[in-house]
Write a protein that binds this ligand. Structure first.
Ligand code: HEC
Length: 328
């Protein structure tokens, strides 16, 4: 049975390897591999793989063992005990020699010259683990002293600043991808020149065929006036660009071609065209859109009596958030 052990291991590891490859092929989710330092992933993977393989091999071995006759089991057990005794023989012997311990017959060689009421002391070596750890601390101290006290490599303040600077870089990196996390609920009107320029480029590339370069309209409606078929304001415009217009009208859903950040940029650019005068403006279509969140301009104050003040607000906004109803 002992000679079978390597074979069992190979079979066990093959099974685990096959299962792992299958799993890796089906999930396609590599995010954990991207976030961890490679060395940890490799180390963790090898360890997991090893443990799983050993468990699998042990299970196979147990299966085979159960199928043995009683007599064969006995013979196997005896061999196993012998093998255990010989296991790590080299390491055990080495450790013993490092310990420098002597057999009882030779103890007189290392006995000290003291005798405390019959209690004697052996001049044994220190345990190797203790001795070499101690040497290691001395080495560490020397290197530390030279590096930080003589050459002043860096101090805590510098270490802190370096960490903060690194974090700043990572935040900037994150922000670049975070832009693509915008959706209908979180989108805001962008006003940076770089965003509007990017929006203009996207508009020129994708939209002018139907909306004209100045937004005056053609196949698609005029984008510069106060009237909106599908609702004005950044959220509605973003939604129209992302999800498309009414069926059959020709405005496709751009979310398959444009990233969320790009749709936010082109939506902001479209809104920046508002109030401009295109060369050949298409007649207004849809309703005049008022922003429900805009500050209310007109408020009438009516004094009812000297103590009570009543505020009447005209043109109270009727529509709420995103227009969803007028797709027909
Ligand atoms: C194939 C022609 C076509 C292209 C290309 C096109 N649109 Fe449109 N667009 C339309 C039509 C048609 C409508 C009206 C949809 C409706 O009535 O439901 C529209 C509607 C819109 C609206 C809503 C207008 C309103 O009054 O509510 C916006 C905003 C808009 N488009 C932006 C864009 C942007 C940005 C692009 C480029 C990424 C683009 N469109 C590309 C044809 C187009």
């Amino acid at each position: 049975m002992k000679s079978l052990a390597p074979l069992l291991r190979i079979i066990g590891f093959s099974i685990i390897g096959y299962l792992f490859l299958n799993w890796a092929g089906t999930t396609g989710d590599t995010s954990i591999f991207n976030e961890q330092p490679l060395a940890w992933v490799v180390l963790g993977g090898v360890m997991l793989f090893y443990i799983a393989g050993e468990v699998c091999a042990a299970a196979l071995k147990n299966l085979l063992y159960q199928s043995l006759t009683e007599e064969a089991k006995k013979r196997y057990d005896e061999k196993e005990v012998l093998a255990k005794a010989n296991q790590f023989k080299w390491v055990k012997n080495k450790y013993k020699s490092l310990l420098g311990s002597k057999a009882i017959e030779e103890e007189h060689e290392i006995i000290l010259d003291h005798n405390y009421d019959g209690i004697k002391e052996l001049d044994n070596d220190l345990p190797p683990w203790w001795k070499y750890s101690f040497y290691a601390t001395i080495l560490f101290a020397i290197i530390y002293l030279i590096r930080f006290e003589v050459f002043n490599d860096y101090d805590q303040a510098e270490e802190y600043e370096a960490a903060v600077a690194q974090a700043q870089i990572e935040i900037e990196e994150w922000k670049k991808t975070a832009k693509d996390l915008v959706d209908i609920n979180t989108v805001t009107l962008l006003s940076d020149a770089s965003d509007l320029n990017a929006g203009k480029n996207i508009f020129v590339t994708n939209c002018v065929a139907c909306h004209k370069a100045d937004g005056g309209g053609g196949i698609g409606p005029n984008l510069t006036d106060d009237n909106w078929i599908l609702g004005g304001g950044i959220k509605n415009v973003f939604k129209t660009i992302s999800e498309g217009g009414r069926d059959g009208k020709g405005m496709i859903a751009w979310k398959t071609n444009l990233k969320p950040s790009e749709m936010a940029q082109v939506a902001s650019y479209v809104l920046s065209l508002h109030g401009t005068t295109p060369a050949e403006p298409k007649a207004p279509e849809g309703e005049i859109w008022t922003d429900p969140n805009a500050p209310i301009e007109e408020a009438k104050i009516e004094i009812i009596d000297s103590t009570q003040v009543n505020i009447l607000i005209e043109d109270q906004p009727v529509t709420g958030d995103i227009v969803t109803e007028n797709k027909d």
